[in-house]
Design a protein around this ligand. Sequence first.
Ligand code: ADP
Length: 293
Amino acid sequence: RVVVVGSANMDLVGTAPVLPRARETVLGTDFVMVPGGKGANQAVAAARAGASVVFLGAIGSDSFGVTLRARITAAGVDTGQLRVTYGPSGVALVMVDAEGENLILVTPGANASLTGLTDAELAAVRGADVMVAQLEIPVETVTEAAVAARSAGTRVVLNAAPARRVPAELLDLVDMLVVNEVEAAALTGRGREAPETLLDLVPRAVLTLGADGAWYVDRDGTVAHVPAFEVEVVDSTAAGDAFTAALAVAWGEGRDLLDAVRWAAAAGAVCTRRLGASVALPHRAEIDELHAR
Ligand code: ADP
């Protein structure tokens, strides 16, 4: 069982030939509304990867909240403890131009209100094999959940995204850190040339490098490069979410860590074959199929 503590956002994506500038209005071409947020994405990804998943988060009292809950639940995630906070849901306003260049404004909305976890929420954390968290909710909340996890033997996987510094108080509770190059640099000041510097912070870490695969390092002395699977890439959005979720699922199933990282790399690769974020998250059979190649 996996518990995900994190954000849920509605992504409002508009496309236009060129992006507007300040005080300018531009007539666009298309619009789509898609559920997102790293927390919700990773919860859905973990469910599709085959785990029983509880999602702890907060949605607003607006219609986006209703849609978010419905979509996360439809993916097979337990949303029974998802909070509804009076006010707006988290929203990402995304504008994309013909070159794929984008402009993104994220308003956290209800995500910012996810503080002071209840006894029931903490019990869900303690009841899981693995807890997965990211940094789109207050870091104090992630720390609180991690304390509960550690007290119960629930393994703590932190995807330290978006990039920022993380208090030592939280890092000390992390069993497995998952970061991309930008996030690693924010934590250690070093990038792909020195994945092992992450071990100054946590006992195990994965550094993901997109099409260049990933590094797995641990304090037992393992420094292993896991190559990316070769696929026809359409859109790499959410590859990191698919990767983190699959890694947590595989680790929760007791698989060997290097094999878990390889399976996660397959999940990330499958995700890049499809357009979009949450809709592109891979199912277990697809991950298994690529992993077996
Ligand atoms: P993020 O989206 O967080 O920046 P990455 O882009 O590093 O994360 O992707 C996470 C993982 O997904 C990579 O380590 C890799 O295994 C897989 N992946 C990402 N992009 C590709 C790609 N173009 N081809 C194959 N695998 C990919």
